[in-house]
Design a protein around this ligand. Structure first.
Ligand SMILES: [Zn+2]
Length: 145
């Protein structure tokens, strides 16, 4: 859709340039009058072109933002490893270490939030961001090996 808009915009710009050249080359009042009518029509299509270029720019900016988000998610994915129902930072050997991150937030939104652990081993662990609850025996703090 963006490419079709840009192609249409380029065609309108080309028409505008041809009319401008013809205006410069016009040698009598009749030719000038006919070209002025074409210019009036062209102004309407140039306004459409302007709108389409602005819309295309917005689409491109949204795509750039999405690419940045996906790039960040890829970088994040390389830094964490899953263990049972949580993600953890990975150590130099690729093993999970440290405090657990919410599995739902990472898998759905590509964001890392530590879960809040209960006081005892089997207490539920809760994500402060999405409020997901995890079985405390499957989400735990890992100490280095
Ligand atoms: Zn969460």
């Amino acid at each position: 859709m963006v490419i079709a808009d840009v192609t249409g915009a380029l065609a309108s710009v080309k028409s505008a340039m041809e009319i401008a050249k013809a205006l410069l080359a016009a040698e009598n009042a009749i030719e000038v009058a006919a070209l002025k009518m074409q210019v009036a029509q062209l102004m309407g299509s140039l306004a459409d072109v302007q709108t389409k270029v602005i819309e295309a720019n917005e689409v491109i900016e949204a795509r750039d933002k999405e690419i940045g988000t996906l790039r960040d998610a890829l970088e994040l994915k390389a830094k964490v490893v899953k263990r049972l129902d949580a993600y953890h930072e990975s150590d130099e050997n690729g093993n999970p270490k440290g405090d657990p991150f919410c599995m739902r937030c990472f898998e759905a939104d590509h964001r890392l939030f530590h879960v809040t652990l209960g006081g005892r081993l089997n207490d539920a662990a809760i994500c402060p961001q999405c409020k997901s609850r995890y079985d405390g025996s499957r989400v735990s703090r890992l100490h280095g090996t």
